[in-house]
Design a protein around this ligand. Sequence first.
Ligand code: 8YV
Length: 313
Amino acid sequence: MEQGVMLQLCPLSDYLEAQLTERAPVVRWFDLDEAAQAAWLATEAESAKIVVTGGHLGCTKDLIDALPSLGLIAINGVGYDKVDVPHAQARGVAVSTTPGVLTEDVADLAVGLIIGLLRGLPAADRFVRDGRWLEEGFPLKRKVTGRRFGVVGLGHIGRATADRLAAFGPIAYHGRMPKDAPYRYEPDLHALARDSDVLVLACAATEETRGLIDGAVLGALGPEGYLVNVARGSVVDEDALVAALERGTIAGAALDVFADEPVVRAALIASDRTALAPHIASGTAETRKAMADLVLANVDALLAGAPLPTALS
Ligand code: 8YV
């Protein structure tokens, strides 16, 4: 395929940006304002062969439709909820992701968030920095070992999370169907929430899982229960979550993902029941390098007219 131009929709690692520019001219789409984007499309749209984007951002249907020669949307991530994949594929546009390489990091972060939330690590850090230790002791927090963990979505990330959490306490999981795993399958999400001390979200964001964690599920989790989300913000009804945190109908929540990120609701920021992270689950140098190499493998394959290594089917 003629190399064409690549549209880069969001900032990427220095390594990936440098590698992309070695392959073809790159248009930094996120640096252009709306008028500049429209002007570019009016004259250059035909030249764009590849879109490179993040899992959190995807690519709009409008942009797909505005690029007649587009051959690939290369997502630097595993989530493809922000791309209308059937629509892209119907237009002959392949969509690739970076499966496998970020599983362990996301699972590690889920465990870190659980310990951080139950032991109050964000507040403990502030406590030392603010000099309050000189005046008083840090309040007692909650024990992690012995908790009952419920995992929603036992895909690769859910399984890796469950395997780590098994060192701390009993595991049950919910999903569309039981998996070949040494953990208790719970077909009823409300029952899973009721029987869990910590409910960890690791499912894909789909129409089916949109708002899955609603007031009723949070109510079932109960005033001693904690919610941890390393999946997508859309899986949680954030109004219901804010209400549950404010009323103390759940004990707390640790969140790496948000409905409208990077905008985080003031109520989640203000709550002393939350531990918050800026969507960093795959954010290690090692994993971002491995993700970048998978993006590049797909870009190279498209340019060479070869089969794409990790395209969605
Ligand atoms: C990234 C992600 O933060 O894999 C995903 O779907 O959301 C994350 O790994 C993001 O895609 C980085 O571009």
